[in-house]
Design a protein around this ligand. Structure first.
Ligand code: SF4
Ligand code: SF4
Length: 320
């Protein structure tokens, strides 16, 4: 579906069958209708359906930072232990960002299934992708237009094994999302999704350094380690962070999570979510200036000279 639409830039797409980020694995199961928040669907999922937990296998469930935080707190596990036990490394779709998905059992089932009759053992803390299913959300930008021109709509995934559509319960999409706690998750995931989608829109033209990848992975999967990075490394010597924010993120994981999105956006895309301290910036500018004085050339002149030199060598190699 995403490949064939007239929309050029996919922003957000959640559903469980493939990952939160795409529908291309099995697009034939997506009903060919665009839904709004007020559209109605007839659907109910409960332990009485004959297919109960069938959709919890042979799937790729990508975890957001908030998913990881909630599930590992629920299981009372350190991030490293949780990642090692329950996840598998992946690249977030169509990006070079490292992420994690739930590691399925050898039988291809989700490890959080308690039993066929009891369902999910972390149900109230289940991942975002599980909450979305079977209603996905798409948000497309037409061409390079602005955010306000983005078109948001919903779609329904109807897989042959899912008997929920035969149940006698009708909801609006709004009611369904509220019932599943999707809106809260969206709010928590928003900053992170924007970073991923921004990277996705770049394609692979710009290479991400290994250090940037490590930073993204650490901030996305291990908030305790990220907190140490903020408070125990030279981070605060270089970046300006208000005392009020520091007080909050020292104790509060959700505040720290939101702060990590700001840090990632600044470090990866140069946004001014977190500002470099004026004295650090000045020191950098001074270093560049000193370099210019030493060589007698501006940065542009140096780049041009470098280019000329490379071209000369190239021409020489061609005529040799
Ligand atoms: S986390 Fe729970 S709801 Fe999601 S796939 Fe696993 S068992 Fe099913
Ligand atoms: S009704 Fe659909 S969503 Fe519910 S358990 Fe069955 S397959 Fe999964």
């Amino acid at each position: 579906m995403s490949e064939k639409t007239p929309f050029t830039k996919e922003k957000t797409l959640f559903h469980k069958e493939k990952t939160m980020f795409g529908t291309d694995k099995n697009p034939s199961n997506i009903l060919p209708t665009k839904y709004t928040l007020d559209s109605k669907i007839k659907f109910r999922c409960h332990p009485g359906v004959s297919c109960f937990t069938e959709c919890c296998g042979n799937i790729k469930i990508v975890l957001t930072p908030y998913d990881i935080l909630k599930i590992r707190k629920r299981l009372n596990m350190e991030a490293a232990e949780f990642l090692h036990t329950y996840t598998t490394p992946i690249y977030l779709e169509k990006t070079d960002f490292p992420g994690v998905a739930i590691k399925l059992t050898e039988e291809g089932r989700c490890p959080f299934i308690k039993s066929k009759t009891e369902g999910c053992r972390i149900y109230s803390d289940r991942p975002t992708a599980c909450r979305y299913y079977p209603v996905g959300m798409a948000n497309f930008h037409e061409g390079a237009q602005e955010e306000q021109n983005a078109e948001e709509f919903y779609f329904v995934v109807k897989e042959p094994h899912c008997k929920g559509f035969e149940e006698d319960k009708t909801w609006t999409i709004r009611e369904w999302r509220e019932d599943q706690g999707v809106d809260v998750r969206d709010e928590m995931n928003k900053g992170w999704m924007e970073i991923v989608m921004r990277r996705k829109s770049f394609g692979y033209q710009a290479t991400l350094s290994e250090q940037a990848k490590r930073m993204f992975f650490m901030a996305s999967t291990d908030l305790d380690q990220f907190r140490s990075f903020v408070f125990d490394s030279s981070f605060l010597k270089s970046y300006e962070v208000e005392q009020e924010t520091l007080d909050k993120i020292r104790e509060d994981d959700v505040e720290l999570l939101q702060f990590s999105y700001r840090v990632l956006a600044s470090m990866l895309f140069g946004t001014d979510d977190i500002k470099v301290k004026p004295e650090v910036l000045k020191a950098k500018v001074d270093t560049i200036k000193k370099e210019q004085e030493k060589t007698g050339k501006t940065m542009e002149e140096r780049a041009e000279a470098d280019f000329k030199k490379i071209k000369e060598e190239w021409d020489k190699a061609k005529t040799a």
